[in-house]
Design a protein around this ligand. Structure first.
Ligand SMILES: *Cc1c(COP(=O)(O)O)cnc(C)c1O
Length: 427
């Protein structure tokens, strides 16, 4: 049986029917922005392998740090033991995240980070004398991961909540933030979405532990960019009502939007912040939850004081070493110009799509470029075109989008734009 045949017959891929799988390419290796298939075909990874490979594949500084760590201490338990990579990473994260997020919880993946953040919020409320506050509020159109608690705050339609009825926690959904990033913020709260959010939070406040949202960019829920004033006003509401504000920066963190964090873009500091995806420069699965001193003190000062979470691979030294190396690459700040250049060139390169039939919207923020169609685009139909264009793109829903590594050269950016235009024309 060939590798391709075994894969087709036995391996589940993300969101696929194992009895009727879509097409897959066999990848042999990858370097920088490029993926090489087993048959020798080369493609630019315009997805950054689901948004995480910000410095490109197999970055020499990251792989060198991983080699050094693997020869010393690939893993050790974090209960009762600690190690330099965890401490070094913690120092960097506390210094670079918004002021006041001083406490770090390491875990294995984005979805688990969201679980941890939600558990922190509930434990905070119990410790603060509000044991009835166990639910969450969130805007529609969000995506927070595929585990149960994370799934419960994903958009109920995209997230197929009907499928899991009875198995999912009931949460409170506000309308999608209606004002986009490039619109003027209307003063009328009915128009700007704050009135609806305020009603929801006031009505159910005594049951709500936290408001969880993806700041500025709703990613896998639809690639929408919304107005930062929404976050500033939401922050005020949370403060008034004793609701914790949780930012899921798993997609937006580490420069993707043009600022280090979307929180910086909005000038809003959450109480809890989830980091993942690009944390290790995409080289290993790893995540971190940042919490404010207030949250940490409340949990620590209440009953039982312990924060009740501790995964087996918590603080994995190899992942911490990869993350430190990735953050060192961001430390010189040159990513900012490179992301800015990608934004500018993609804005210009995708402009022709605005005139194409079937195109509903074209938008760019940092290294996120989206052609939104007025119909659903099939990822399977895009698959063979990737080989022809030499650009790996995987559309979802109505969106043909790129979230490339920050290292693309101008001619590579042009190639990604040309491939996106071709998909918009043909699909
Ligand atoms: C990808 C993503 C997650 C889930 O992360 P996993 O590592 O896939 O579990 C959660 N939230 C956001 C915003 C994401 O983009």
């Amino acid at each position: 049986m060939t590798d391709a045949a075994f894969d087709r017959d036995h391996l589940w891929h993300p969101y696929t029917n194992v009895m009727a799988p879509g097409p897959t390419f066999l990848v042999e290796r990858a370097e920088g922005a490029w993926i090489t298939l087993q048959d020798g075909t080369e493609m630019i990874d315009a997805m950054s392998s689901w948004w995480c490979m910000i410095h490109g594949h197999r970055h020499p500084a990251i792989t060198a740090a991983m080699h050094a760590q693997i020869d010393r201490l690939p893993h050790v338990m974090f209960g009762g033991l600690t190690h330099r990579p965890a401490v070094e990473l913690g120092r960097r994260l506390v210094a670079m995240t918004p002021e006041g997020l001083d406490h770090v919880f390491y875990c294995d993946s984005g979805s688990v980070a969201v679980e941890v953040a939600m558990k922190m919020a509930v434990q905070h409320q119990i410790a603060a004398g509000n044991p009835g506050r166990t639910r969450f509020a969130t805007p529609r159109g969000g995506y927070h991961g595929d585990t149960w608690k994370a799934m419960s705050v994903c958009d109920p339609v995209n997230g197929m909540h009907h499928l899991f009825e009875g198995a999912l926690n009931i949460q409170y959904f506000a309308p999608r933030p209606p004002i986009t990033l490039d619109e003027d913020w209307p003063e009328d709260d009915e128009e700007n979405g704050i009135a609806a959010l305020s009603r929801l939070l006031h009505e159910h406040g005594d049951q709500i532990a936290g408001l969880i949202l993806e700041p500025m960019v709703q990613g896998a829920g639809g690639m929408r960019f919304y107005h930062p004033e929404y976050l500033r006003r939401a922050r005020k509401l949370c403060d008034e009502l004793g609701i914790l504000m949780i930012f899921d920066e798993i997609a937006t963190g580490f420069g993707r939007t043009g600022e280090m964090f979307a929180a910086d873009l909005a000038g809003v500091t959450p109480d809890i912040m989830c980091l993942g995806k690009a944390l290790t420069g995409g080289h290993l699965s790893f995540a971190a939850v940042m919490a404010s001193g207030h949250v940490a003190r409340t949990i620590g000062g209440g009953e039982p004081g312990l924060f009740m979470h501790g995964p087996t691979f918590m603080g994995n030294p190899l992942a911490c070493a990869a993350a430190c190396a990735s953050l060192d690459l961001l430390a010189d700040g040159t990513w900012r110009d490179r992301v800015g250049a990608i934004a500018q060139r993609m804005e210009a390169g995708l402009a022709p799509a605005r005139e194409m039939p079937g195109v509903a919207d074209v938008r760019v923020l940092g290294a996120i470029a989206v052609i939104e169609m007025d119909h659903v685009v099939s990822a399977d139909a895009a698959h063979p075109i990737s080989r022809e264009t030499g650009v790996w793109l995987r559309p979802f829903g109505c969106n043909i989008y790129a979230m490339p590594p920050f290292i693309l050269a101008p001619h590579e950016i042009d190639r990604v734009c040309a491939a996106m235009l071709r998909l918009a024309r043909e699909l």
